[in-house]
Design a protein around this ligand. Structure first.
Ligand SMILES: Nc1ncnc2c1ncn2[C@@H]1O[C@H](COP(=O)(O)OP(=O)(O)OP(=O)(O)O)[C@@H](O)[C@H]1O
Ligand SMILES: [Mg+2]
Length: 541
């Protein structure tokens, strides 16, 4: 039974209506946090209470300068030196003659900071952009301010009483020493936000008074608050947009990952129960051009490779069981017949059969054990560079004797040039031993085996040719299969049919190829009888 997993199944129920996945939660909170930091920074930079702006500072300073010059001019019209009372009278007159714009408040002090006189502007100033926003609502800001006020009240001591305009002017007059026009900054008075400046009045080289000037900056502050309100409105609109985008982003990342994880977990849980028959199905997200697509492809490939390996192992176990069954069945019937066999030659015959079967089983099991270890051995063993020439010499010396015992000649023909291979020398030698011993076993008395090699560009071809019966069309398709063996009856039981399967596995582990063919004259078709078998091993160098 195969469990089908639909990637889109119950997506929303699983991730958004129910519990939001941790990854999605993280994406969402990080995005909102980024927006929060941005809002926080903006609120931090905008000080709505004390802000006045460079433009109004310069305006206030130039107004203070003009007024000071006007008053000083009054003094320069006087011919004689003035006593303090006369100074007071002159400054008062000068002040009353001024046409101050609305929003300005002026205070005059004697050099020893005694209050002489004050005036308030009444002239309507030209309309400014600040004035145009007066009365516009700043709801978000008001709520924030209220929140901040409540927070302050709850956790901090009460703020000190706000100073009056006159107190601020006295402060400015006291801090004006040093001459020139001076801007003292922006403050919050009991009549709202103000900007404060002062200037010393000089006559005949000596200070005869101090002028303090205040400008109400409520309009500027309101203008600024309105700008901030607009910005906050943009942020408020951004929150659902950020939320929606985050949810979308999270769903495109966390949902498929979660689907993949679920597919793996489902199988993981099934392993513990009775779900071994079901096959793990990884959702196919390979159409996505991102890492999730890659992950899905990689997982699918990994799972397929895993199942291929499991299938191969199952097939191997099945083949092994099948191969062992034959000698076992023969053993069983021989043992059964033993009970009723007459003593003498009949029993001896049965004992010979049992002995043959036991030897056959022994050989089969050691071949199977070698074959099953082969794969892990190939991975474990360290590849090394070695020369083909010396290996061929050792092999031909050792196998020529074996061939000679059967009246077969082994001819070796390797090029003089050095051919260096990188791989497992002993394993490759095992391949050639398999091929040559097969060839010896199929050659009849007087036959010849040629063991030769040629280098072709980046490959080397190593060939074993014999003068045996060659290969039938049917066996050409099967000889590299495990346990395939097609030998004369006299050889029965002496061969497991694993030699070529093992050889193929070793060659392929070296990124090489091996194939078999019949030897026929050039241009001869398949009906022409074979002159022998040829096995070719191609290896990269
Ligand atoms: N040189 C050859 N000429 C003709 N047939 C061959 C030759 N080499 C192999 N074969 C065929 O291929 C079969 C498989 O060979 P393989 O080496 O795998 O098994 P085996 O030699 O029968 O058994 P084992 O190698 O386990 O002793 C052989 O049984 C034989 O039928
Ligand atoms: Mg063999």
């Amino acid at each position: 039974m195969t469990e089908q997993i639909n990637p889109s199944r119950g997506r929303w129920q699983r991730h958004w209506i129910g519990t939001v996945s941790p990854l999605a939660r993280r994406i969402l909170s990080f995005n909102l946090m980024a927006l929060g930091v941005l809002v926080g920074c903006v609120l931090w930079t905008y000080d709505t209470d004390g802000w006045s702006g460079l433009g109004s500072d310069i305006r206030l300073l130039s107004e203070a300068e003009v007024i000071t010059e006007t008053i000083e001019k009054q003094f320069s019209d006087q011919n004689s030196a003035l006593d303090p009372q006369e100074i007071g009278a002159v400054t008062r007159d000068a002040l009353h003659g001024l046409r101050l714009r609305k929003g300005l408040t002026i205070g005059l002090f004697s050099p020893d900071l005694v209050w002489l006189s004050g005036a308030e502007g009444s002239q309507t100033p030209p309309a400014t952009s600040e004035a145009s926003v007066r009365g516009k609502p700043t709801r978000i800001l008001s709520v924030l301010k209220l929140g901040s006020e409540l927070f302050h009240r709850a956790f901090f001591p009460p703020r000190p009483e706000l100073l009056s305009l006159k107190e601020y002017m006295t402060f400015a007059a006291g801090a004006s020493e040093g001459g020139g026009v001076r801007h003292h900054g922006d403050f919050l008075s009991n009549q709202g936000p103000i900007a404060l400046a002062s200037s010393e009045i000089v006559h005949d080289g000596s200070v005869v008074g101090v002028l303090a000037i205040i400008e109400g900056t409520a309009d500027v502050v309101q203008h600024r608050a309105y700008e901030l309100e607009k910005l906050l409105q943009i942020f408020v609109i951004s929150i659902p947009v950020v939320l929606a985008l985050s949810v979308y982003l999270a769903s495109t990342i966390s949902t498929p990952i979660s689907t993949l994880a679920e597919a793996m977990e489902t199988r993981g849980n099934l392993e513990g129960g009775n779900g071994l028959n079901s096959r793990m199905e990884i959702p196919d997200l390979s159409g996505r051009p991102d890492e999730i697509g890659r992950l899905s492809s990689a997982l699918r490939a990994m799972v397929t490779a895993l199942y291929d390996r499991i299938d191969a192992n199952e097939r191997f176990a099945k083949d092994v069981a099948h191969e062992i069954k034959n000698p076992l069945a023969s053993l069983r019937s021989a043992v059964g017949a033993m009970a009723i066999a007459k003593p003498g030659s009949q029993r001896q015959e049965l004992l010979d059969v049992i002995d043959h079967d036991v030897r056959r089983l022994d050989r089969l099991l050691s071949d199977i054990s070698n074959a099953s270890r082969l794969e892990s051995d190939l991975v474990k063993e360290q590849e090394k560079a070695f020369e083909l020439g010396p290996m061929s010499v050792v092999l031909s010396q050792y196998l020529a004797e074996q061939a000679a015992q059967k009246g077969v000649e082994l001819v070796t023909d390797f090029p003089d040039q050095t051919i260096t291979l990188v791989g497992l020398e002993e394993r490759l030698a095992q391949v050639f031993v398999n091929l040559i011993t097969n060839a010896i076993s199929f050659c009849s008395f007087g036959g010849t085996i040629r063991f030769w090699a040629r280098q072709c560009e980046d490959r080397v071809l190593i060939v074993v040719e014999d003068t045996g019966p060659g290969l039938s069309d049917d066996s050409l398709l099967k000889i590299f299969d495990r346990f395939y063996s097609d030998r004369p009856a006299s050889d029965f039981g002496n061969h497991s049919g694993l030699g070529l399967a093992i050889s193929k596995q070793i060659v392929e582990a070296h990124r090489g190829v091996v194939w078999a063919e019949n030897i026929r004259p050039v241009d001869a078709d398949r009906t022409v009888p074979s002159q022998g078998a040829r096995f070719v091993v191609g290896l990269p160098i």
